[in-house]
Design a protein around this ligand. Structure first.
Ligand code: CTP
Length: 406
């Protein structure tokens, strides 16, 4: 289990002594451990003993200027790939469930975008109290993994659930996490995918559309979900089934797609595979436009639609760490894609060579030829089935997530 980094939060309970054993066992397995001790935890174990076992300093004070300069609290939680809270006291659970951040431990827990595992430990009455039941349910709903507590004699002389799980049990939970992550490297990542065409109404019965089938975007959403990502797919009108394991929202127009994407943010990654109509009809008619018998045809004028990809790519706190756009090109594929990368401000452009192949167009076809254009260079892939392109692209995204610690 080398290359693994855990941030351990030690809460203030008698079970804190067991966290020393946990650190030792994690280190034996080659897992790097950084530890934060709450103020209360320092009454049960000393920063010195924790530091001796982690081989690092013990982090204790939110407002230590040197710590903030060397390793800010945000960095502390981002640097780990898993946060473990052991023991998780009733107070820590309440703070986590409600998003409090009034010391280093709770600030790191609120600032993290990494999975969290907790090992609760408290008096049986505190564990059974409705407030703790509520907090426990909330934390599980938030995606926190809970190990234990066990039934048993308590330090306070009572008997029942509330004893912290033993270090080997917590270790088993941690190993299970790393094992599942092995098959599912995008576990815990939120990804928004757009797919399909948009329909831009002329009047209540007519619309302007394009030939996008949504096959590539839908296949990519499914492939990302298979790697563990929490995928929200914003789909224009398509005849495809909603992919399994993906939350799919259906829209018709570009403006609806833009609003649905905005509602799905924040996300770690965004993939804009939709063939969004660049223009919509100005002054859409409320009633069906009728022939007036004069032989005159209606004149349509257009206005530009919001550019979803360019909007998502704008720098700011809501910008996903990786933004991927698509481009349909018939000539000078890579040159046009490079220009598009700069114009839209995204990180990758997947250029579809829509002119290539013996059977012509890519739209609606089962195969695709793509070039991945990034600031670092261009990677060209052979013509492949769209499902194969999807699984290879998902793996490429997972690799980037790992390399860039997204
Ligand atoms: N896109 C978008 N919103 C729009 C238009 C496009 O999000 N209103 C996204 C598409 O999902 C795709 C990329 O932008 O990821 C394609 O950009 P675009 O410039 O529209 O591509 P082309 O139509 O190929 O561009 P051009 O007309 O310049 O060839």
């Amino acid at each position: 289990m080398a290359d693994k980094r855990i941030l351990l939060v030690v809460g203030g309970g008698i079970a804190a002594y067991k966290s020393l054993e946990l650190i030792r066992r994690l280190r034996e397995r080659g897992i790097a451990v950084r530890a934060i001790l709450t103020r209360a935890a320092q009454h049960f174990v000393t920063p010195l003993s924790v530091s001796a076992l982690t081989g690092d300093k013990a982090y204790v004070d939110l407002f230590s200027l040197t710590d903030e300069a060397e390793m800010g609290h945000i960095q502390l939680s981002r640097d780990a790939d898993l946060l473990v809270v052991a023991p998780a006291t009733a107070d820590l659970m309440a703070k986590m469930a409600n998003g409090h951040a009034d010391d280093l431990a709770t600030t790191a827990l609120l600032a993290t975008d990494k999975p969290v595992l907790i090992a609760p430990a408290m008096n049986v009455r505190m564990w059974n109290h409705l407030a703790t039941r509520r907090n426990h349910a909330r934390l599980i709903a938030d995606g926190v993994t809970v190990i234990g507590p066990n039934d048993g004699d308590m330090a306070c002389g009572e008997y029942g659930p509330g004893r912290m799980a033993e270090p080997h049990e917590i270790l088993a939970g941690i190993e299970a996490f790393y094992q599942s992550r092995g098959d599912r490297p995008l576990l815990g990542k939120r990804i928004v995918v757009t797919s399909g065409p948009t329909h831009e109404p002329i009047d209540p019965v007519r619309y302007i559309a394009n030939r996008s089938s949504g096959q590539q975007g839908h296949a990519l959403a499914a492939a990302l979900a298979k790697l563990g990502a929490q995928v929200t797919l914003i789909s224009g009108p398509v005849t495809l089934a909603d992919p399994a394991g993906v939350e799919t929202r259906h829209v018709e127009t570009a403006r609806q797609m833009a609003a649905a994407v905005d509602a799905a943010l924040p996300a770690d990654i965004a993939v804009c595979a939709a063939a969004v109509a660049d223009w919509r009809v100005a002054g859409e008619a409320d009633q069906k436009i009728k022939k007036d018998g004069s032989g005159r045809v209606p004149a349509l004028s257009f206005v530009e639609n919001p550019d979803i990809l360019a909007t998502i790519s704008r720098p700011g706190p809501r910008r996903p760490a990786l933004v991927v756009g698509f481009a349909a090109e018939t000539e000078k594929v890579v040159d046009h894609a490079k220009a598009k990368l700069a114009r839209k401000g995204c990180d990758w452009i997947i250029a579809n060579d829509v002119g290539s192949g013996p059977d012509g167009g890519v739209m609606g076809a089962a195969d695709n030829t793509i070039h991945i254009v990034t600031a670092e260079g261009t990677e060209s892939w052979p013509r492949l089935p769209k499902t194969e392109v999807a699984s290879r692209l998902a793996a490429r995204i997972a690799q980037t997530v790992k390399e860039r610690n997204i």
